[in-house]
Design a protein around this ligand. Structure first.
Ligand code: TTP
Length: 400
């Protein structure tokens, strides 16, 4: 099945992590987010991938090249991010005249569910959530034990079902002629309008997905890593000191170094060129990226340290994302829990938003640097290149 992967978005809700890279290139375990999507698609039956790129596209094209997981890859450019239907239209000239799948390049899917989607085409992936009001919600109808989609509504106050749209579709071949849609209320050209048309013209199956994650906001990047780091199996290829204690499913890649006195509780991943210790403590779904450094008396819990990030001495980092080449001065401490035990809130495009997480730390854009003894409050974001002064207590987002 020819499969279009949408990867042209600007990822504005994910800032500052998308200030200098496309969201599909954010690291999830040992590869970019969209590489998980693409691999699952190929395993499920994608015979060829057409990746729609636009924002920060060079790195996407460089990573995937012209073949990925044994199938050919082509690229379509969406020059202006006008919406998902517009993105698929950009890929139109690459499609043959058969049915086609469309997947969001910033979502994680499980392979058995995606396989069922491909088999039951035309189809859309649905996922059950307790509160569907913030999602696209599917109208469904049952016939002969099958569930079909009859329509879709965005963020309804009164949801028609608890099945939400996962952004995974297989459209019938005719849908190539339906891609020219009008602007939606929010001013975008939406693929859900093409889905509505498909529901009118044919029977579209609602395929229940067992697992799905839309990675739109920084804490969802942590959730994506929790998912994929959780699938790793113990492999120690790097240099591990005999006085280090490596527990459970920990991957230490070749070229990584674990020094004396280090305790790592898996699942965790230490990537090529990274150094940990002496006397450091890493736990819970942590990724120490390529050439990153976790030094003496540093504790890192459930966090992602991107390539080259350094937490050198006497620091605590919990439930946080540190961008490329971030440097934490000695004694930098991250808060990741509120005293009232409420979910941590953070600003998303200027709006204070609940992460839904009891534990959430900080998000630092590439090259942000903290001075010694900086205290960072839960939910705070540092922009790319932002700095702090010695002893600073950061209670609000900080720009350069
Ligand atoms: P969104 O997550 O809605 O958009 P985005 O990725 O730009 O993020 P944000 O809202 O935070 O700015 O997009 C869903 C998927 O569609 C995602 O994989 C990106 C892709 N997309 C395009 O390829 N082109 C577009 O014009 C838009 C709007 C999205």
């Amino acid at each position: 099945m020819q499969t279009v992967i949408l990867a042209a978005g600007q990822g504005t809700r994910m800032r500052p992590l998308t200030e200098r890279r496309a969201k599909p290139m954010l690291p999830v375990a040992d590869r970019p987010l969209s590489a998980h999507t693409a691999k699952t698609a190929v395993d499920a039956g994608a015979s060829r991938l057409i990746i729609v790129v636009g924002y920060e596209s060079d790195a996407v094209c460089e990573f995937f090249g012209d073949e990925f997981a044994g199938v050919p890859v082509e690229y379509a450019e969406q020059t202006e991010q006008r919406g998902t239907a517009d993105a698929v239209r950009a890929a139109e000239s690459h499609l043959d005249d058969g049915p086609f799948a469309v997947l969001n390049g910033d979502a994680l899917y499980d392979e058995p569910s995606l396989t069922r989607l491909y088999e039951q085409a035309p189809a859309v992936g649905s996922y059950r959530v307790a509160d569907p009001t913030q999602y696209g919600v599917l109208y469904t109808a049952e016939s002969d034990g099958d569930t079909r989609v009859t329509g879709v509504v965005e963020k309804p106050a009164d949801p028609p079902s608890n099945r939400i749209n996962t952004g995974a579709y297989v459209f019938p071949a005719e849908a190539q002629a339906w891609l020219e849609v009008g602007e939606s209320e929010r001013g975008e050209l939406e693929l859900t309008d093409v889905l509505e048309r498909a529901c009118e013209e044919s029977t579209v199956a609602a395929v229940p997905f067992e697992r799905w994650l839309d990675v739109g906001r920084p804490w969802e990047l942590l959730e994506a890593n929790e998912w994929k780091v959780g699938e790793l199996t113990r492999t120690l290829r790097g240099e591990v000191h005999e006085d280090a204690d490596i527990r459970g499913d920990v991957v230490v890649e070749a070229g990584a170094t674990i020094d004396a006195g280090v305790v790592i509780e898996g699942p965790a991943l230490v990537r090529r060129g990274a150094t940990v210790g002496p006397n450091a403590y890493i736990r819970g779904h942590t990724v120490v990226g390529n050439d990153a450094k976790v030094g003496h008396s540093v504790e890192v819990k459930n966090s992602v340290l991107m390539a080259g990030a350094t937490v050198g001495h006497l620091s605590y980092v919990g439930d946080s994302v540190l961008g490329r080449d971030v440097n934490f001065g000695a004694g930098t401490t991250v808060a990741n829990l509120r005293h009232d035990d409420e979910a941590v809130k953070t600003l998303v495009k200027g709006e204070l938003t609940s992460t839904g997480r009891r534990k959430f730390g900080v998000v630092c854009g590439d090259d942000a640097k903290t001075a010694i003894q900086t205290s960072l409050n839960a939910g705070v974001k540092l922009d790319c290149d932002a700095t702090t002064t010695p002893g600073e207590v950061v209670l609000r987002d900080k720009s350069e």
